[in-house]
Design a protein. Structure first.
Length: 238
C-alpha cells in the first residue's frame, strides 16, 4: 500500500480534494500537487516509497484541530531516517505523539506517527535520526463543540442540499476523507471543495455532482467534524 501521506507524493491535498463532504460514486486518481522527485513516479505502485534520500517529514504543512472534547488525531510520516527515527514536538504540551502502523505497509518504507492534539496553535514537529533533523509544521485550529455538533448533524443526515455525507463516505468501504487524507488540506480548501466542487489546483470534480449549498455554520462544522474522524488505514492502537 503506497503511503497515505504520499498520495500525490508530496501532499495529501490532491486526493483529499477529490473526496470531501458530498456523495460520490467514484474518485479519480490523485494528481500530484507538485512534480514528484525523480526516484519514483507518483503512479509507480511497484517500487517502494524511497523518494527521499535524506530525512524528510510529510506532510510539510499539516492541519488538525482541537475543541477540548473530541479526539483530533493526524498521521505524520518520516522518510529517510531508518526505523529508529524519533518525532518530537517543539511544545510537548500541545500534542501527544505515538508510533503508528499502516494496516497494509506494502511498498511503503516510511515510519508513521499518530499526533493527537491537546490545544490549538502552531507547533513544530521535528524528526531526529542520529545527527540529522528535519521539521514540519502542524497548525491546530480552535473549534467549538457546537461547530462539531453542527457538522455531525449534516454529516450523518440528509438535507435539502443533498444526502448525508456518510452515505458515500462510510468507514465501511466508503471514500476516505479522514485525517489520513486531509492532513495537508487547509480548512479554507476543504470548505471550497464542499461549496464549489473545485479542487485546490483549480480543476472541477466531474465524476459526480459535488457542490453543496451548505450554510456557513454547516461548512465550518463539517470541517471540524472531518478533522475529528479516526484516520483510516492504520492499525488500531491498544
Amino acid at each position: 500500500m503506497r503511503s497515505l501521506l504520499l498520495a500525490g507524493v508530496s501532499s495529501l491535498l490532491p486526493f483529499a480534494m477529490v473526496s470531501l463532504a458530498g456523495c460520490s460514486a467514484a474518485s479519480a486518481d490523485p494528481a500530484p500537487e507538485s512534480d514528484p522527485p525523480p526516484a519514483v513516479t507518483a503512479n509507480d505502485a511497484s517500487a517502494p516509497v524511497t523518494v527521499f534520500p535524506t530525512l524528510h517529514v510529510l506532510p510539510n504543512d499539516t492541519y488538525s484541530g482541537f475543541d477540548g472534547a473530541h479526539a483530533f488525531r493526524v498521521p505524520v510520516a518520516v522518510y529517510g531516517g531508518g526505523s529508529d527515527v524519533k518525532l518530537v514536538a517543539s511544545d510537548p504540551a500541545m500534542v501527544d505523539i505515538a508510533r503508528a502502523a499502516l494496516v497494509d505497509p506494502t511498498g511503503d518504507d516510511g515510519v508513521y506517527f499518530m499526533v493527537t492534539t491537546k490545544k490549538s496553535g502552531a507547533v513544530t514537529l521535528t524528526a531526529e535520526a542520529g545527527s540529522s533533523k528535519a521539521s514540519a509544521t502542524l497548525t491546530i485550529a480552535a473549534y467549538t463543540t457546537d461547530e462539531y455538533a453542527v457538522g455531525a448533524q449534516r454529516y450523518t443526515n440528509a438535507a435539502a442540499s443533498g444526502p448525508a455525507c456518510i452515505s458515500c463516505h462510510s468507514p465501511d468501504g466508503g471514500i476516505d476523507h479522514s485525517p489520513a487524507r486531509l492532513a495537508s488540506a487547509k480548512d479554507t480548501d476543504v470548505v471550497t471543495v464542499i461549496t464549489t466542487g473545485i479542487l485546490a489546483e483549480g480543476s472541477p470534480i466531474t465524476q459526480v455532482k459535488h457542490k453543496w449549498a451548505v450554510s456557513d455554520a454547516e461548512a465550518a462544522g463539517l470541517v471540524a467534524y472531518l478533522r475529528a474522524l479516526a484516520p483510516r488505514g492504520f492499525v488500531a492502537s491498544k
